[in-house]
Write a protein that binds this ligand. Sequence first.
Ligand code: SAM
Length: 302
Amino acid sequence: MALDSMGKISLKCFLLGVLILAVPHLSYVNGLFSYVIVELWPLVLVSYAVGANAVIFLLYREAEYQVAVRSCLLGLGIGIGWFLSVSSLSYSLFGWYIVTLSFFHWSEYFTIAVTNPASLGLESFLLDHSFAYHMAVVGSTIEFALEAYLFPDLKNLTWLPVLGATLVLCGELLRKAAMFTASSNFDHYVQSSKKPDHQLVTNGVYSWVRHPSYVGWFYWSVGTQVMLCNPVCLVGYIIASWMFFKSRIEYEEVMLINFFGDDYITYQDQVGTGLPFISGYRVPQEEIDAFRTFADNKDKDT
Ligand SMILES: C[S@@+](CC[C@H](N)C(=O)[O-])C[C@H]1O[C@@H](n2cnc3c(N)ncnc32)[C@H](O)[C@@H]1O
């Protein structure tokens, strides 16, 4: 798997953004420079962010610039989230949330750049996923801010955020493992017509569950709300994500049955979807029996 030029630009600009983490360490330098860093550190961080974006503006044009600026901002998100998480007790969980979101969106783009560059586009960042997704992020931010103000003790728990972070990490790992396993067969858009090279994947994490990337994303999104100790959004996220993946899996499986026929139906019999109370699209048993009898007879005739 070779990394194409957009993937390289994305990686470089993301790292340029993440490098903001090094800025406080410059305070070890003696003299006036050190004084500026220690006393005026918010200004120094803003200057770094502006400087990094100016470099990108000078280096890249058009499509490359669009990828570069998004990657850099997501890298800066990692740094800013980290600073927030270590500098303020009541807002430290929100800092982790920013780190989590920034890494997720950048790594979606980068993983597609590595595994399926033919389908790579700006939308691979999944930043414009849907209006509902944006509302979910805004809703969780508002709930966190309100509860941090009204019930600060709720945001000072330790075991719940650790549980949430574990869910986020496991969900992220499972999703990325699915993307690497399915490779060029994985597309952010559900395909409605079969590409000539589209193959059915049933190995690796696809032998554990039929929809590993959705299972990963489901637990990742629920994990973010556990991590934030957001009870209202936790319930909302479970219901909304479950409904979203239920309808998406049913639609996707109709397409997959069209593409792969009996091979996919056999796969469905052997492996579950991986999401609770979601069984996917099932062809009625009589139709499967009729089809298999027809296929057997056809084999005997030839
Ligand atoms: C966003 S990916 C999600 C894949 C899968 N549902 C999962 O959760 O890992 C959607 C694309 O993957 C393809 N796809 C889903 N399952 C597949 C499989 N087992 N083998 C090959 N392609 C698959 C679909 O055709 C669709 O275009």
